[in-house]
Design a protein around this ligand. Structure first.
Ligand code: NAD
Length: 437
């Protein structure tokens, strides 16, 4: 099967590499020359565990290639997948579909033979239909079907998620399209992955509903964490007690500085817009968004409070800036709210992140970059965990304290405990517990 993947980002690159691992012949098209240069040298331009190996193996086997030339790849393709970005549009919070429609316009002249065009990007309800209309207008002669195939992989565990999905969701209204999609995912179906065929609108909306639900779980547990602090409960105990109920489930019940990343904030926002436009508002989700926006700001205030009410003239050592561990992705990371607030209030911020520096550097001007958590603790009055990278979990708190000027540890991810902190001579503030508990 010949596959053309448009977009070599987190989703396009991982999906392209995994499809080629199935034995399909994949050409991945991107416009970013630097990205292509790195890829053609066998190196992933993004940090994703296991991706370098997968890329190299399949490129060497001749099943995976990268190019900026769409024409030949699209002509040869049985399936063309769109995996370009759909960021939040400035001003109105709707999904910016300009990359999607630009790619559709570019591919239209090259459709040859029956071709299935697939939106793997997260796109609002109705987009597949709109793509079909645009293609039909541009190429009344062409034979094609447009399907929706939203991607559910998570950065940091993307390859495992793609290879062992909870489900593959295909929205298709056309028998020929359905047969091609069936074949595309046969290798996963043979491994017992559920491949679900639904209507296009259902597939498109399901992706937004899934992300909004997960965002809701996070905002929910963050509010419960706040309540725990006031009433003397422990959020970890509450979360594990409710998580044992299979109707609730134990995932996504970890309180923290608010959700971020390339998907939840923009998808929540786009769903709210879609719902409002269709006069069927999702008021719960609107509240989820508000709670999350306030959460990030509240975390900066929490650091200030732990520091004695002000961070003016103080040094804050900050562990982790990416929106979650095991990725270099900085899109909508809580650190992008927290760090500037601390700086505005007069703090010097020392920062360490195992993979985030390249993306974060232009986004966090004025911070001092460090190579290790201990270096970030050097001279710090306050040490803060923002992203729970594994290597921070093993931090020797006594060694950190010895380098600090002050003695405050603010643990926004609950990776340490009051016992450990106290043993190291640190005062401890976590989330969902009273300070020093
Ligand atoms: P990304 O920004 O990492 O990658 C997009 C790539 O597309 C870039 O490399 C860009 O150069 C390329 N591109 C844009 N227009 C192009 C064109 N006309 N021709 C060729 N290349 C073009 O984006 P991403 O994080 O991979 O997300 C892609 C889509 O998948 C989004 O809709 C997103 O919501 C969705 N998604 C993302 C994730 C995730 O974890 N990142 C998970 C599920 C779904």
């Amino acid at each position: 099967m010949n596959i053309c993947m448009i977009g070599a980002g987190y989703v396009g690159l991982v999906s392209a590499a995994c499809f080629s691992e199935f034995g399909w012949n994949v050409t991945c098209v991107d416009k970013d020359p630097q990205r292509l240069e790195e890829l053609n040298a066998g190196k992933s331009p993004i940090y994703e565990p296991g991706l370098d190996d997968l890329l190299q193996r399949n490129m060497q086997a001749g099943r995976l290639r990268f190019t900026n030339e769409l024409g030949p790849a699209a002509k040869a393709a049985d399936v063309i997948l769109l995996a370009v970005g759909t960021p939040m549009r400035r001003g109105d919070g709707y999904a910016d579909l300009s990359y999607v429609y630009a790619a559709v316009e570019e591919l239209a002249p090259h459709i040859e033979g029956f071709t299935v065009i697939v939106t793997k990007s997260t796109v609002p309800v109705g987009t597949s239909r709109e793509i079909e209309e645009r293609l039909r207008a541009a190429r009344p002669d062409a034979e094609f079907a447009v399907c929706s195939n939203p991607e559910f992989l998570r950065e940091g565990s993307a390859i495992g998620d793609f290879m062992h999905p909870d489900r593959v969701l295909v929205g298709v209204d056309d028998d020929r399209g359905r047969a091609v999609m069936n074949r595309l995912y046969k290798p996963l179906a043979l491994r017992n992955a559920p491949v679900m065929f639904v209507g296009r609108e259902s597939a498109e909306l399901a992706k937004y509903a899934a992300n909004a639900f997960l965002a809701m779980k996070i905002s929910f547990i963050n509010e419960i964490a706040d309540l725990c602090e006031v009433v003397g409960a422990g959020v970890q105990e509450v979360a594990s007690a409710i998580g044992k109920d299979r109707r609730i489930g134990d995932k996504f019940l970890h309180p923290g500085p608010g959700y971020g990343g390339s998907c939840f904030p923009k998808d929540v926002s786009a769903l709210i817009r879609t719902a409002r436009e269709n006069k069927s508002p999702v008021s719960i989700i609107e509240q989820v968004q508000r709670v999350n926006d306030e959460r990030k700001i509240a975390m900066a205030h929490r650091i200030e409070a732990a520091a004695g009410g002000s961070v003016r003239g103080l040094t804050v050592g900050l562990l982790g800036v990416t929106f979650k561990p095991n990725t270099d992705d900085m899109r909508d990371a809580p650190s992008l709210t927290i760090v500037p607030m601390l700086q505005e209030r007069g703090a010097t911020v020392r920062v360490v992140d195992p993979q985030g520096r390249k993306q974060a550097d232009p986004l966090l001007p004025g911070v001092i970059w460090c190579d290790s958590a201990l270096e970030a603790a050097e001279g710090a009055d306050v040490l803060v965990t923002v992203t729970e990278w594994n290597e921070f979990r093993g931090l020797d708190l006594a060694a950190a304290k010895a380098r600090m000027r002050g003695d405050v540890l603010v643990d926004l991810r609950n990776v340490f405990s009051a016992e450990l902190a106290h043993a190291a001579g640190l005062r401890y503030t976590a989330v969902g517990r009273k300070p020093d508990e």
